[in-house]
Design a protein around this ligand. Structure first.
Ligand SMILES: Nc1nc2c(c(=O)[nH]1)N[C@H]1C(S)=C(S)[C@@H](COP(=O)(O)O)O[C@H]1N2
Ligand SMILES: [Mo]
Length: 160
């Protein structure tokens, strides 16, 4: 099913919801209007798609970092090194998914201003679901739309 059909199906019933799960002290389900609880940022972005070329869009929404911090990631906030093993997995309703490292969005490390969009070019995403916005990405593939799940995983144990 295409993303637009999935979104229409959701619109016919209830609003889209995304779940924050994994290594969090306060896992939660959030609608797009719930995301307005956090300070809203704006990003004018350009990204390239392998099939449709360069796209320009304006997104608004909270910082992914602000939303995830309130869900209580299971690291010691005072110890910067403890955060370096955490990954963030983001998946859309169509199964498209991608990983970010925690350090990529952490203000002490990569400081990428990644957003969870509530609007796309002025249109609310209440029914389509939030979209991941990564102004630092040249390619559009991680701009995951219709976000269903964000899973925080601190169990990266390749060397143990
Ligand atoms: N849920 C979901 N989000 C997605 C994709 C997808 O297949 N599923 N494709 C990505 C890719 S490859 C690009 S370039 C951007 C823009 O794709 P669009 O032009 O199809 O909207 O969305 C991204 N977000
Ligand atoms: Mo793409």
């Amino acid at each position: 099913m295409s993303q637009s059909l999935a979104a229409t199906g959701t619109a016919a019933g209830r609003m889209a919801e995304l779940s924050l799960s994994g290594d969090l002290h306060r896992p939660v389900r959030l609608t797009v209007p719930d995301l307005l609880t956090w300070p809203r940022h704006e990003a004018q972005v350009a990204f390239e798609c392998a099939t449709s070329g360069v796209q320009h869009h304006r997104f608004t929404g909270p910082l992914l970092h602000d939303v995830l911090m309130d869900a209580g990631p299971a690291f010691d906030p005072a110890r910067r090194k403890d955060r370096l093993r955490f990954l963030i997995a983001v998946r859309g309703t169509d199964g498209h998914h991608a990983l970010l490292s925690w350090a990529e969005i952490d203000p002490d490390f990569g400081r990428a201003p990644v957003l969870l969009a509530v609007t796309l070019d002025g249109t609310p995403l209440d029914h389509a679901g939030s979209q991941l916005v990564l102004p630092q990405d040249r390619c559009g593939a991680r701009y995951i739309s219709g976000i269903e799940t964000i899973r925080v995983d601190g169990g990266y144990t390749a060397w143990t």
